[in-house]
Design a protein around this ligand. Structure first.
Ligand SMILES: Nc1ncnc2c1ncn2[C@@H]1O[C@H](COP(=O)(O)OP(=O)(O)OP(=O)(O)O)[C@@H](O)[C@H]1O
Length: 687
């Protein structure tokens, strides 16, 4: 039997040593063994064996003193590790990537190797310590040198140390005189590897094809014409509707420049311009479209869609009919606001005081709590009651529509603008009140315009050049937390303060369940024309719900039960199933983590004491006063919470620290904050 051969492997780093050791060992076993050294771990003074393999030519100078000239030497050619190749293949075409390796030569070598393999869909930029970094790259690929990647790059694809390529493996066999014996093993292993890789590629490409086909089906079935181009403007994709619009077969258009096919200056200015708006009404080939364009950040692709303006306008018109001009007259008066609970009575009392003062009002409250109802009642008891009352709900309208509806436009302001222009809602509401619902949904641009109207009491129509004086009272409403939106930069602080000259908070239904019975009878009478009766068990059941959709939800559920009940009697079987009821919307109000807050309060003492203190402060605020410490102590005592003044002070400090109240200076007393109100409501509603 032949003697076992010994291969000495010398590499630069430990990682490379480990992976090449394993690789050579796999190929030569059982005819030979490997002994390996890495220069960064330290080399022996001399090596002996049947063959020396150097992982790179670059090591030559460093190791020459340990080499024995009588031992044959192989300087390995290296290839990238195929096992990780799919990580590179999935990167989008044209992506800028930094290729990071230890020195210039190996970096360039790796790039060339990848390109030779046909992995040439990426723009490779070499980087090695001391070299220049291309700052446009957000991804780095490295063969086992992840620690060298510049720190600003967040995504690193480590394809592992490069392996010894097949020609060098053959050379090793030849020099060890084991080529004949190992040839089969070599070709078998080599072919296996190739097959594995081919399989991986085939699977990857068939998944990709299937996915592409599905996506194509989706976009072909859309009503819009869609075209997608890369950052150079080369068209990558389009759907059937786009083909019909361009009247040129897809095959001819793909891979051509988008500017050539969308030859219209205004269109190109919008598509490639800096304009903040995502969509605009534009003409193309004698037709009007709502053109939308956006960049997909990840893949650097530009997506342009052309929507049928008739459909879009029809939807918007419908919305408009529903949402704008809810009526030029305010339908409700204070006596239409049902409820005898302390909370609703207080809200009504405040609203009545605010009505005659001709300032802007901000109404905050969850959806369905009656914000519009209150706005209407306020208008009707204000000195503007003879003037118009107009409502606008911003939640479902596009920015362009809001702008032109609110401020009006001059003839020729944009494509599709009516002859003679159009007067906006502000002008129409002159002498009256405008109710701006869901104010938290308006864009920054509209916020700025609105602020100007509030400050200057005049406006300029879209495309206009003269200022038109206006005399309108604004009542704005929101179910969002505007203070939080100010913090995140979504809402202008100056506008917030302008709107909040006067302020009204409407309590959620679940905090005034004592009104439920009254509201129930009221709606039953309205809807059931007085003929419908309801079983007491049903009423009992209804009081147990949380009513996240508030009074609107209650009204809808009554309408439903009236419609399904038999013999004019609403019974338990007529209750809608639980999915009908609205779930809590955490984003509806302040984003509070109630559990966390409860735990905090519990850590400081008896939570009931804290709640009682907040409740009393809120009560006092409702009637326009701030409550001082002395009064608080005596009220608390009356209600069964005998706390010393010192204890009350301590609890007030804690509540202020948690942001639930603001302690006034001197004798001014404390005031509950919005956050405090919310947490109080939430804890009470949780029981
Ligand atoms: N206290 C109340 N008495 C009688 N009806 C009420 C009361 N509160 C609300 N409603 C009725 O509930 C429905 C919803 O009220 P409204 O539209 O005013 O709520 P909103 O707070 O403006 O809601 P959103 O924020 O969703 O616009 C309306 O039909 C309104 O008449």
């Amino acid at each position: 039997m032949e003697e076992t051969k010994k291969v000495i492997l010398i590499t630069g780093t430990e990682d490379t040593r480990i992976s090449l050791h394993k690789q050579i060992q796999q190929f030569i076993y059982p005819l030979g063994v490997v002994e390996s050294y890495a220069s960064d771990e330290g080399l022996p003074s001399m090596v002996s064996g049947d063959l020396i393999v150097l992982s790179t030519q670059l090591l030559m100078d460093e190791v020459v003193h340990v080499l024995d000239e009588s031992i044959p030497l192989v300087i390995a050619r290296r290839m990238i590790n195929y096992d990780f190749i799919d990580k590179i293949l999935v990167l989008p075409k044209g992506k800028n990537v930094l290729l990071v390796n230890d020195v210039q030569e190996t970096t360039i070598e790796t790039i060339e190797y990848l390109k030779r393999l046909g992995i040439d869909h990426l723009n490779y930029y070499p980087y090695y310590p001391g070299g220049e970094v291309n700052l446009e790259c957000t991804i780095a690929i490295t063969p086992g040198e992840a620690h060298l990647v510049p720190t600003h790059i967040k995504e690193v694809i480590d394809i592992g140390p490069r392996l010894i390529d097949m020609t060098s493996i053959m050379e090793i066999f030849r020099k060890l005189n084991i080529l004949d014996e190992r040839a089969d093993a070599l070709s078998e292993k080599y072919i296996k590897k190739i097959i594995q890789m081919a399989k991986k590629l085939a699977q990857y490409s068939s998944e990709k094809t299937a996915l592409n086909q599905q996506l194509m089906m989706v976009i072909n079935n859309m009503n819009d014409a869609i075209i997608v181009a890369d950052e150079k403007g080369t068209i990558q994709l389009m759907n059937d509707n786009m083909e019909t619009l361009l009247k040129i077969p897809k095959k001819r258009v793909l891979q051509q420049n988008i500017r050539y096919y969308l030859q219209d200056q205004a269109l190109q200015d919008f598509i490639f311009g800096e304009c903040q708006n995502r969509s605009r009404i534009l003409s193309f080939r004698q037709q009007d479209f709502v053109v939308e364009r956006f960049w997909m950040d990840e893949s650097n692709l530009l997506v342009v869609t052309f929507k049928n303006p008739h459909e879009t306008l029809e939807i918007e018109r419908k919305l408009k009919r529903e949402l704008i001009n809810k009526g030029y007259v305010a339908k409700y008066h204070f006596n239409n606001i049902i409820g005898e609970s302390k909370r609703i009575q207080e809200a009504k009392a405040i609203a009545k005081k605010l009505a005659p003062v001709d300032y802007t009002i901000l109404i905050e409250g969850e959806s369905g709590t009656g914000k519009e109802l209150f706005a209407s009642a306020i208008h009707n008891s204000s000195k503007r009651k003879e003037g118009p009352f107009l409502g606008v709900n911003f939640s479902a309208l596009s920015e362009e529509l809001v702008e032109s509806e609110l401020f009006g436009y001059e003839e020729g302001a944009f494509t599709g603008a009516k002859k003679g222009g159009k007067i906006g809602l502000f002008e129409q509401a002159n002498g009256g009140t405008i109710f701006l619902d869901e104010i938290g949904d308006i864009s920054h641009k509209i916020q700025t315009r609105l602020l100007r109207v509030l400050q200057e009491k005049e406006l300029m129509r879209v495309g206009g050049s003269r200022n038109i004086p206006i005399d309108v009272r604004i009542i704005a409403a929101t179910n969002k937390n505007l203070l939080e939106m100010i913090e995140t930069g979504e809402f202008r602080e100056d506008l917030y303060h302008r709107l909040k000259s006067l302020y009204l908070h409407l309590p959620p239904l679940r905090t005034r369940k004592e009104d439920l019975q009254l509201l129930l009878s009221y709606f039953l009478k309205q809807e059931g024309k007085g003929k419908i009766k309801i079983q007491q068990e049903v009423v009992q059941q209804l009081t147990e719900y949380n009513w996240y959709g508030n009074v609107r939800e209650l009204r809808n559920i009554i309408n439903y039960m009236v419609a399904v009940c038999d013999d004019n009697l609403i019974q338990l079987k007529d209750l809608p199933d639980k999915h009908f009821f609205q779930k809590a919307k955490p984003h509806n109000n302040i984003n509070l983590n109630v559990d966390e807050d409860i735990t905090k309060l519990e850590n400081y003492g008896d939570i009931r004491e804290f709640l009682k203190i907040m409740e009393k402060i809120e009560d006092a605020g409702g009637s326009g006063d701030n409550i001082g410490r002395g009064r608080l102590v005596s009220i608390l005592k009356d209600e069964g919470f005998p706390l010393t003044e010192q204890k009350v002070r301590y609890r007030l400090d804690i509540l202020e620290e948690l942001g639930y109240i603001n302690k006034g200076k001197g004798r001014r007393g404390s005031k509950i904050t919005l956050r405090g109100k919310e947490i109080l409501t939430k804890i009470i509603s949780l029981g």
